[in-house]
Design a protein around this ligand. Structure first.
Ligand SMILES: Cc1cc2nc3c(=O)[nH]c(=O)nc-3n(C[C@H](O)[C@H](O)[C@H](O)COP(=O)(O)OP(=O)(O)OC[C@H]3O[C@@H](n4cnc5c(N)ncnc54)[C@H](O)[C@@H]3O)c2cc1C
Length: 444
């Protein structure tokens, strides 16, 4: 086990910084248990890519990235067991080598598996990544290990739990046989793509819409499973398309000072980068997941029941199109679709949902990005839920209204972590633990 003393923890986009006294790196489950058992307060982090302040903020910290082995394959069950600090891209390459896939992937491959699961990371046209877990080992606050199977109700609490119930140690995923996706991309007016959502979800194996605020257009990406040898008319669009993110960064450079610039920039970006059709094929991972990003950004994302989406979209569009407020939104707002599940803190708890991303391409000025506040207000009004790993302001009072199992989760958390070992200041506010501590004191 390695240990560093007194340093500063910095998130990937440098918006979060915390001093720490001890930073541990581990490679075995025994070391993981020792570190957890022997520290009164501790947080553990993956690749630090969350915007929410959930990964550090305690004197002791544990870097999970060295806990990253592929442990075993079970060829009969098509399952793979990994240590939780493995990078998602490494896991996906390992399963592609044996002809398998996980059928719903986020648009990022640099996150750790433990970090991704903890925040309910998802892709589109399938379930949250955590729904593909068949079993896991959880290191509890006292350092003991609990083995959890997918049939246990505890699994529904642990699957998405922001590392508040324990540290995920080894995780087993159920995989499927790898398939080839025939991907088609094209621009469409809002009037065209919006009413077609439900039909397209039935027709296609993959659906994602990159909405282009202030242009009344979306960029629709569909995918259909095909035989891997089927010939298609490959069209990757003009070569300059690969410079989209750099062009966005330049055009949005002063948008924090003059937010209205965004509307003009979006129209230029839409014409230059989202007006051509594309067609290609590949595995879900190869054909749809972004492998490198030129610069950091700041993210929020909200989710809403599929049936409520058209109304929320209408209100959001009206709001951002008003020139009398500062809610201008950078391109694109990523619209994706997730199927219902039973995980207590899942956005898709017992209902099919639509997720809508909101990006600020200028991470350093994200605090002044009015759009984050407007999007949150509109989604919350309709019972929408925030992505746990991204930026939002809602706390316990709002969360208890939108998550039917919120109070059960809090009760379980208190049972499994009675000394609040795993709570940092942000998480304490999220579960209103300060108030609880006061209540306990006044009762005593
Ligand atoms: C560019 C970009 C693209 C993204 N795309 C998507 C997307 O397509 N879909 C989506 O849903 N999300 C997406 N995200 C969000 C991202 O998946 C989450 O923020 C994820 O949690 C980041 O993983 P990480 O390894 O960096 O974890 P960190 O940010 O380091 O940690 C996140 C949380 O996980 C906890 N944690 C870490 N390891 C463990 C463990 N072993 N056991 C228990 N808890 C643990 C941490 O304590 C913390 O609370 C994106 C983020 C970025 C920056």
């Amino acid at each position: 086990m390695k240990q560093k003393e007194n340093g500063v923890w910095v998130s990937w986009n440098e918006n979060l910084k915390h001093n720490y006294k001890s930073l541990f790196k581990i490679t075995t489950e025994n070391e993981l248990q020792d570190v957890i058992a022997n520290n009164d307060k501790i947080r553990f982090f993956g690749n630090k890519q969350s915007s929410a302040d959930i990964a550090a903020g305690t004197n002791a910290l544990l870097d999970m990235k060295t806990y990253n082995k592929i442990v075993s394959y079970n060829y009969n069950d098509k399952t793979i067991t990994v240590q939780s600090g493995v990078i998602l891209g490494d896991l996906l390459e390992a399963i592609e080598k044996v002809g398998w896939c996980i059928p719903c992937l986020p648009d990022i491959n640099t996150v750790t598996v433990g970090g991704a699961l903890a925040t309910g990371t998802h892709g589109t046209s399938g379930k949250l990544l955590s729904e593909y877990i068949t079993s896991c080992r959880l290191v509890l606050a006292d350092g003991s290990v609990k083995e959890i199977k997918s049939s246990d109700e505890l699994m529904n609490a642990v699957k998405v739990s922001l590392g508040m119930l324990g540290v995920l140690s080894e995780i087993t995923f159920k995989c499927e046989t790898e398939y080839t996706l025939h991907v088609k991309e094209r621009p469409e007016n809002d009037k065209e793509w919006l009413p077609k959502i439900k039909d397209r979800l039935k027709q296609h194996d993959f659906l994602r819409v990159l909405w282009l605020p202030h242009t009344s257009k979306g960029y629709v990406i569909t995918g259909d499973k095909i035989d891997k040898d089927k010939e298609i008319n490959v069209n990757n669009g003009p070569k300059y398309l690969k410079h989209r993110r750099t062009a966005s960064k330049i055009l949005y450079k002063y948008s924090h000072k003059f937010p209205w610039i965004t509307a003009i920039a979006n129209n230029i970006l839409a014409k230059a980068f989202f007006s051509s059709k594309k067609e290609h094929k590949g595995s879900l991972y190869q054909a749809t997941v972004t492998k490198s990003r030129g610069s950091t950004l700041e993210l929020a994302e909200w989710t809403i029941g599929l049936d409520k989406f058209p109304q929320v979209f209408k209100e959001l569009k009206e709001e951002v199109n008003k020139w009398d407020n500062k809610s201008f939104i950078h391109i694109p707002m990523d619209v994706r679709f997730v199927q219902k599940d039973n995980a207590w803190l899942s956005y898709a708890y017992k209902e099919d949902i639509v997720t809508m991303g909101c990006v600020s391409r200028n991470a350093a000025t994200a605090d002044t990005y009015e759009a984050f506040k407007s999007v949150e207000r509109i989604f919350l009004k309709h019972g929408g839920r925030p992505h746990w790993g991204k930026r939002f302001a809602a706390k316990d009072a709002q969360l208890s209204k939108i998550y039917p199992k919120w109070e059960d989760f809090k009760e379980l958390r208190r049972e499994l972590d009675p000394t609040n070992k795993f709570l940092n200041p942000y998480l304490s506010k999220l579960v209103n633990e300060k108030k609880l501590a006061n209540v306990k004191k006044s009762i005593a």
